[in-house]
Design a protein around this ligand. Structure first.
Ligand SMILES: [Zn+2]
Length: 208
């Protein structure tokens, strides 16, 4: 995809997420890695009304080149890209069910969601919890950097999910699986539940 097509893809994904209530208000941000830097959604922008020409362009070091000022959460994206050379796109949401799970006590910080469905296992695999830190704080970017080495999908405590993918489609599909699985976990709370067995998990292609 050339840059124009990538910009259109960012706008289309954002609009779809907004239309389905997955990015309330001006929450959520998307970025794509280019050959010489990044294109990112601007700060304070609504996913429902992005202008492809006003998306922020950053150089390879994360410096703002042109377009609107990038999201304040850009350090999270940059930390993940640095740790994951295979990542070409990142999506971060404050989607309701994933945030709800991110607020629960007694989750496993090494893998927050259980293996309920095969597509979750294939697209996400494991979901480590990143300890809470104030948005925009350098401590949060450093905590993301640590966990990004071991997983392309992370859940920020009391905040929301962030997912890197080889493509924007892959990152968006994975973060939607997190939201759906979080919803299932809450629907099934208190009900006897069959998880995928170790043998069934072994048959599924692990997520990258
Ligand atoms: Zn956020």
């Amino acid at each position: 995809m050339n840059e124009l097509e990538l910009r259109s893809a960012i706008v289309a994904h954002a609009r779809s997420l907004f239309a389905r209530g997955l990015s309330p208000g001006t929450s959520g941000n998307i970025s794509v890695r280019m050959r010489d830097g990044f294109v990112m959604t601007p700060t304070g922008s609504s996913f429902g009304a992005l202008d492809p020409e006003r998306l922020s362009r950053l150089d390879a070091a994360g410096g703002h080149l042109d377009g609107d000022v990038p999201t304040k959460e850009s350090p999270l994206h940059l930390a993940m890209y640095e740790e994951r050379p295979d990542a070409n796109a990142i999506v971060h949401l404050h989607s309701t069910y994933a945030v709800a799970v991110a607020c629960l006590h007694e989750v496993d910080p090494d893998d927050v969601l259980p293996p309920l469905t095969p597509y979750y296992v294939m697209r996400v695999g494991r979901l480590p919890l990143v300890p809470y830190a104030k948005p925009g704080d350098a401590a949060l970017a450093e905590a993301v950097r640590k966990r990004a080495r071991e997983s392309h999908a992370l859940l920020l405590a009391n905040h929301g999910p962030i997912v890197a993918g080889g493509s924007l489609d892959a990152a968006a599909s994975a973060i939607e699986e997190i939201e759906e699985t979080a919803k299932l976990v809450l629907l099934l709370r208190g009900l006897p539940t069959r998880l995928l067995s170790p043998e069934e998990l072994a048959q599924l292609r692990p997520a990258t």
